[in-house]
Design a protein around this ligand. Structure first.
Ligand code: IVH
Length: 674
């Protein structure tokens, strides 16, 4: 009998609570995390969802940090140390502001102008500093938010931490202790040389150094400090006044001698906050220290008081995290996908999750070796990673969350989609399997669909449905057969009338005039996609020239590696494949692809985002290539232009942040026109 759903949920709840508590301890108390913050956050989110569904709370998901270690003296914080709520998108940020406004509408400040302070969310360890009459009296870690650990002895060793302030005021201030990337590298190099264990990242190195009993150890490591918050300010007789905004607070802290949050930005509205975020999302890797997002605070202290706190966090502030490139999810099935070249790729079907800005429900498992290495099974919870344009990948399996009675995945010996008896074999020199016979109906159909597709021969109006009908009627089995079809053949098929038959024949005839790159793309040669086909045709502009090329000639092309060279060489010596080419050549006339005369745009890289008013995406790409330019899918420092249409994605903001010129269609056209 299957278990009731609530039983399963309860088991999952228990497992998640244990796992989250374990990783919380590894992070906050041992300074030795075993997973990324992002994967950990994903587990906490799932735990909260289940607790909400079952109507229970354990406090595990809400815990603000670690418990203070018994090795250190305990400090009762004078001001409770809050956590911050997170948002992950512009939409969530807007919703946060709308909530603020709704709350303020019920106060005397309904019409007050809200401005913001945007700061880096520094990736270090929070430290709470107490000063009396201008003297440092105590430094403490956050601990659980109410009780922290006394780390005064190690904090004193931080070179930039003022032990004596510029004025004899009393205060509590909060900041982040961190380690710069180069200090971290040096520390780990020295530890490796001494045979000591390495720190996972600069944050943990900072935490591990501050939480030392021996101040000499901390002193030997270069720690840095940035302060961002002031509480319990008592000016005494200095004449200084309590700041009325976050901006004034940072200025006062600076004037007292503190290193303050670097790169703060006063923002008159949310649009300017978004700009700050998108700028640093692109640029933060270039900084000498780590950040994991930005923090946004309502600037006006009166409004901060009016907004107050929830049980966990201030309502007047929020963290806008950079997109997670790691998360966790569950493998619901493992299926084998057969590509048109016959390569068999195992694919994990996942419970859909948001990752790096898009919803992911499938991830490649690459090959049998990878499945064995990961020991990934159906039902497993896995860590998933995606960065930039890379396809989502399963990084590892969370064994404590593995359900009972799973079985390890056995790579089958036969794959039905290969057709025939379904046999597969290892591709020589690779970890991949391929169908032994490439003659199955399934693969033939895949190759036909690909041949007529936009990037290949672009036979408009003869799509997969018509190809299937032709195939089923026995009128075609390979791509060359298409060119032998006449109007009568189409009329013999169900659903075709004079006009539609004529249109189909005309569409095929129109494709007779094509180019060598399009033909190479259309032939489903292993590893030969759009860019490779163009490269090959640039060096071997005719079929005859290409047929005379050796594997070494191909490998000599800049941009063509040994795997591609071997695959193309194998295709050139495959009799069946070449016979098919001969048949095609009887019908085709290959226009030469005149490489653009060197223009000022030769080598320029274009990125498109949004819908252009008149140009289709493919047309626009053709125009770029015609002037010798390249098209890329993501914005980077090497992007020359970003062309923006209606409803653009985040690329427009990324371009602005990187200072890459942004063009609309009209400007794009006039640029190309020279
Ligand atoms: S403000 C009431 N500002 O992020 C204000 N936090 O808070 C609460 N963090 O572990 C915090 N940089 O240590 C604030 N510029 C910054 C910050 C910052 C890093 C950390 C802080 C805490 C976490 C969430």
């Amino acid at each position: 009998m299957p278990k009731p759903a609530s039983d399963k949920l309860n088991t999952r709840l228990t497992q998640l609570r244990e796992l989250v508590a374990y990783h919380q301890k590894r992070y906050h108390e041992d300074d030795a995390p075993e997973m990324s913050d992002e994967a950990y956050d994903a587990l906490v989110r799932e735990l909260k969802d289940i607790e909400a569904t079952l109507g229970v709370v354990s406090g595990v998901a809400e815990a603000v940090g670690g418990t203070a270690s018994a090795a250190f003296a305990k400090v009762n914080h004078r001001t409770r140390q809050w956590s911050l709520d997170n948002v992950f998108s512009d939409e969530e940020l807007v919703a946060w502001e709308e909530r603020l406004q709704r709350l303020l509408d019920k106060t005397p400040y309904a019409d007050a102008r809200v401005t913001y302070m945007a700061e880096h969310k520094l990736d270090g360890l929070k430290v709470v500093l107490e000063y009396e009459q201008g003297r440092l009296v105590r430094a403490a870690t956050r601990g659980d938010g109410q009780v922290g650990e006394d780390v005064t002895h190690t904090a004193r060793t931080i070179a930039s931490l003022p032990v004596l302030l510029a004025h004899p005021v009393s205060l509590t201030c909060v900041g982040e202790v961190l380690m710069f990337k180069d200090d971290f590298e040096r520390l780990n190099t020295a530890r490796a040389a001494a045979g000591e264990s390495l720190f996972a990242n600069p944050r943990n190195a900072a935490a591990g150094s501050l939480r030392q009993l021996d101040p000499a150890v901390a002193a030997a490591r270069s720690l840095s400090l940035y302060v961002y918050d002031l509480d319990n300010f008592e000016p005494h007789a200095t004449g200084l006044v309590k700041p009325q905004s976050q901006a004034a607070e940072l200025l006062l802290l600076k004037n007292l001698g503190f290193p303050t949050s670097p790169y703060p930005q006063e923002c008159p509205d949310l649009a300017s906050v978004k700009k700050f975020y998108h700028h640093w999302k692109v640029h933060h890797e270039d900084l000498p220290f780590g950040l994991d997002g930005i923090v946004i605070k309502v600037n006006e202290v009166v409004l901060q008081h009016e907004l107050g706190y929830t049980a966990r966090a201030p309502r007047f502030g929020v963290a806008y995290k950079f997109p997670a490139v790691e998360t966790t999810t569950v493998v619901e099935a493992i299926e084998l996908q057969v590509g048109r070249t016959g390569v068999v790729t195992p694919v994990a079907h996942l419970r859909p999750v948001l990752l790096d800005g898009s919803t992911v429900s499938r991830a490649t498992l690459h090959n049998e070796d990878q499945i064995k290495r990961l020991d990934v099974r159906v039902g497993d919870t896995v860590i998933l990673r995606k960065a930039g344009d890379i396809i989502p990948e399963v990084v590892s399996v969370l064994l404590p969350l593995r359900p009972l009675k799973t079985t390890s995945y056995r790579f089958p010996k036969r794959v039905a989609a290969c057709g025939g008896d379904g046999s597969i074999e290892r591709v020589p020199g690779e970890a991949a399997y391929r169908c032994v016979s490439l003659d199955s109906d399934f693969l033939r159909r895949q190759r036909l669909y690909h041949f007529v597709s936009k990037g290949a021969l672009n036979i408009d109006g003869v799509g997969p449905r018509i190809l299937d009908t032709l195939f089923d009627a026995g009128l075609i089995s390979t791509v060359a057969d298409l060119f032998d079809l006449n109007t009568e053949d189409f009329l013999s098929l169900p659903g075709f009338k004079d006009r539609s038959a004529h249109n189909a024949v005309t569409a095929i005839a129109a494709a007779r005039t094509t180019t060598l790159p399009r033909l190479l793309i259309g032939l489903s040669i292993d590893h030969v996609g759009e860019e490779t086909a163009r490269l090959i045709a640039q060096y071997f502009p005719t079929i005859a020239a290409l047929r005379a090329a050796t594997e070494a000639d191909l490998a000599a092309i800049d941009g063509i590696g040994p795997v591609i060279a071997m695959s193309v060489a194998a295709w050139l010596t495959n009799e069946g494949a070449q016979h098919e080419v001969d048949r095609l050549l009887q019908h085709l006339s290959l226009k030469s692809t005149t490489t653009a005369a060197a223009s000022s745009l030769t080598g320029a890289t274009f990125v498109f985002t949004g819908t252009l008013p008149t140009l289709g995406r493919d047309e626009a790409k053709e125009l770029v290539r015609a002037v010798g330019g390249k098209v890329a899918s993501s914005v980077s420092r090497s992007t020359s232009y970003v062309v923006v249409g209606a409803e653009p994605g985040s690329k427009a903001a990324e371009a602005a942040a990187l200072g890459v010129p942004v063009l609309d269609e009209a400007a794009f056209r006039s640029l190309l026109a020279g």
